[in-house]
Design a protein around this ligand. Structure first.
Ligand code: FMN
Length: 177
């Protein structure tokens, strides 16, 4: 598929890859607005909507994250990132699932806009959670769950066909050795 052609929803799912090196092309306010709206459209358990989205476009703040997040290469060149947080006072056990769904919605929205992204894990690594709470002065009930680095890929990766039929089971668990 031509990288620049409009994508169907299925194309987006199949061609998405994590990007860790971005060009210096900025993300427009309209693109960011769509990405944040996509995050808010994600399904959420009991319709409790516990997610908050912290947009970080300050190079120095992103550099600070790199000091305690050892897998954050994508933040070195990303023009911005969105930290998905959950308000645990506004949810019950499912806030992690809600935050994951929001992160994935934003990632696929980025693909639809011709952008690229990389999901950086935060929760449940307690050191990353605590350092991030301190850095951004997050209230007690707010837990940072993930970082989505966003931008235009420096060199887009090819799609990978990862379908593994041995992971699929019909009606009962079958051993596929
Ligand atoms: C929960 C989660 C946490 C991840 N954390 C990181 C991370 O901290 N740093 C990173 O560079 N990539 C991270 N990734 C991206 C994975 O490394 C990536 O999805 C995986 O290698 C498969 O590659 P692909 O996304 O290109 O298909 C994370 C992905 C998920 C779903």
């Amino acid at each position: 598929m031509d990288q620049n052609s409009p994508c169907s929803a299925l194309d987006l799912v199949f061609k998405r890859r994590s990007c860790r090196v971005f060009t210096d092309t900025p993300i427009t306010p309209e693109e960011l607005d769509s990405i944040l709206r996509a995050g808010c459209c994600a399904p959420t358990s009991k319709a409790l909507y516990p997610c908050h989205f912290l947009v970080v476009d300050s190079r120095s703040e992103m550099q600070k994250i790199c000091e305690y997040h050892n897998m954050s290469k994508a933040l070195v060149t990303a023009p911005l990132c969105v930290i998905t947080c959950a308000d645990t006072a506004r949810s019950w056990a499912s806030w992690r699932d809600d935050a994951a769904a929001a992160t994935m919605n934003m990632s696929l929205c980025a693909e639809a806009l011709g952008l690229n992204s990389c999901w950086l894990g935060v929760y449940p690594r307690i050191e990353r959670v605590n350092r991030m709470k301190e850095q951004f002065s997050l209230p007690d009930s707010i837990i940072p769950y993930s970082i989505l680095a966003l931008g235009h890929a420096d060199s887009p990766k090819p799609p990978l066909g990862r379908f593994d039929p041995s992971c699929v089971h019909y009606n009962r668990w079958q051993r596929n050795s």
